[in-house]
Design a protein around this ligand. Structure first.
Ligand SMILES: [Zn+2]
Ligand SMILES: [Zn+2]
Length: 286
C-alpha cells in the first residue's frame, strides 16, 4: 500500500482504448504492486496482459489490506501465474488486528515456493490506523521472523524514519536485508537506510512535479540498490496521476529514474530488473 495513497485515487480507470504498447519494449519488473485489490477484480487478466505487452516480465504482488485474506489472495494469484511472485506480512495499518492465529498462518504462507519476501511491514505515523507502539512491536517481530524464514523484508515507512531506523538497527535488520518500498524520505534518511544495507524502491511519486527532494535521493542511491515499483492500484505516475495505477505503468517510473540519473532507459531498466531479482532472489526468468 502506498505511502501517500491520498495522492493516488483509484476511482477512475484509464479507458482501454487509450492504451497503446510502447514502440520499443525493454524488459522491466514491477517490484511492488497489489494485484489482489478490489480495483482489479473486473479485469485482472487484462491488467496482466497489458503488463506483459509493456515488457513488464515479472511482478511482485504484496498482500495488503487486513491480516490474512489479502495475503491468501496474493499467493493464489502468484500460484496461477508463473511471472507473479508474492510478498506476505501485515501492513502497519492493520497491525492491531494481528492475533496468534495470524502468525501461524503467516508462517505457513512464508514457506510457499512463490512467496519471496516478508512484507509489507513497517511504520505509518501519517495515518496511524494502528497505534504506534503496536506497529513497532509487530515490525520487530516481522524482522525476526524474516531472519528465521530466510526471506528479505519489504518495509513501508511514512513519517516514521527516526523510529524505523532505530528499530531496524536494534533488530539487526541489515543481516536480513530487503527494500524500503515507495521511498519518500529525505536524502539523509535515504543514506541511513542504505547504511543499514537496504535497497530503495521508487514509485510514480518521482514523476510528480513537487518531488524534487525525492529526485535528489534517486541521484544519490548506488546503482546496485535502486528498485522501481508501481504500488498499483495506488500512486499512478504522471500523466495518469489520480487514475487507477497498474504494473504496465512502471515504465514511467523507469523513464524518470533514467532521466534523473542521465542513463539510457534500457540501462535503467536492466539495472532495476537485476537489482530486484537479486534482492528477492528470484529464479532465472523464463
Ligand atoms: Zn504497497
Ligand atoms: Zn506501502
Amino acid at each position: 500500500m502506498g505511502t501517500s495513497s491520498d495522492d493516488g485515487g483509484v476511482t477512475s480507470r484509464p479507458r482501454a482504448e487509450s492504451w497503446r504498447p510502447p514502440a520499443s519494449v525493454v524488459p522491466l519488473i514491477d517490484s511492488h504492486c497489489h494485484l489482489d485489490q478490489d480495483a482489479f477484480t473486473d479485469d485482472r487478466d487484462a491488467v496482466l496482459a497489458r503488463a506483459r505487452a509493456a515488457g513488464v516480465g515479472r511482478m511482485i504482488t504484496v498482500g495488503s489490506g487486513g491480516p490474512l485474506a489479502s495475503n491468501r489472495a496474493a499467493v493464489a494469484i502468484a500460484e496461477r501465474d508463473p511471472d507473479v511472485f508474492a510478498a506476505v506480512a501485515v501492513h502497519p495499518h492493520d497491525a492491531r488486528e494481528v492475533t496468534d492465529d495470524t502468525w501461524d498462518e503467516l508462517r505457513r504462507l512464508w514457506k510457499h515456493p512463490k512467496v519471496v519476501a516478508v512484507g509489507e511491514t513497517g511504520l505509518d505515523y501519517y495515518y496511524e490506523h494502528s497505534p504506534a507502539d503496536v506497529q513497532q512491536r509487530h515490525l520487530r517481530r516481522f524482522v525476526r521472523e524474516a531472519g528465521r524464514v530466510g526471506l528479505p523484508l519489504v518495509i513501508h515507512c511514512r513519517d516514521a524514519f527516526p523510529d524505523l531506523l532505530r528499530i531496524l538497527a536494534e533488530e539487526d535488520a541489515g543481516s536480513v536485508g530487503g527494500v524500503i518500498h515507495c521511498f519518500s524520505g529525505t536524502p539523509a534518511e535515504a543514506e541511513a537506510c542504505l547504511a543499514l544495507g537496504f535497497a530503495l524502491s521508487f514509485s510514480g511519486i518521482v514523476t510528480f512535479k513537487t518531488a524534487d527532494r525525492l529526485r535528489e535521493v534517486v541521484r544519490l542511491v548506488p546503482r546496485d540498490r535502486i528498485l522501481v515499483e508501481t504500488d498499483a492500484p495506488f500512486l499512478a505516475p504522471l500523466p495518469h496521476r489520480g487514475k487507477r495505477n497498474e504494473p504496465a505503468l512502471v515504465r514511467q517510473v523507469v523513464e524518470e529514474v533514467a532521466r534523473v540519473r542521465a542513463l539510457d532507459v534500457s540501462e535503467a531498466a536492466r539495472l532495476t530488473v537485476a537489482n530486484t531479482e537479486r534482492t528477492f532472489r528470484l529464479p532465472p526468468a523464463r
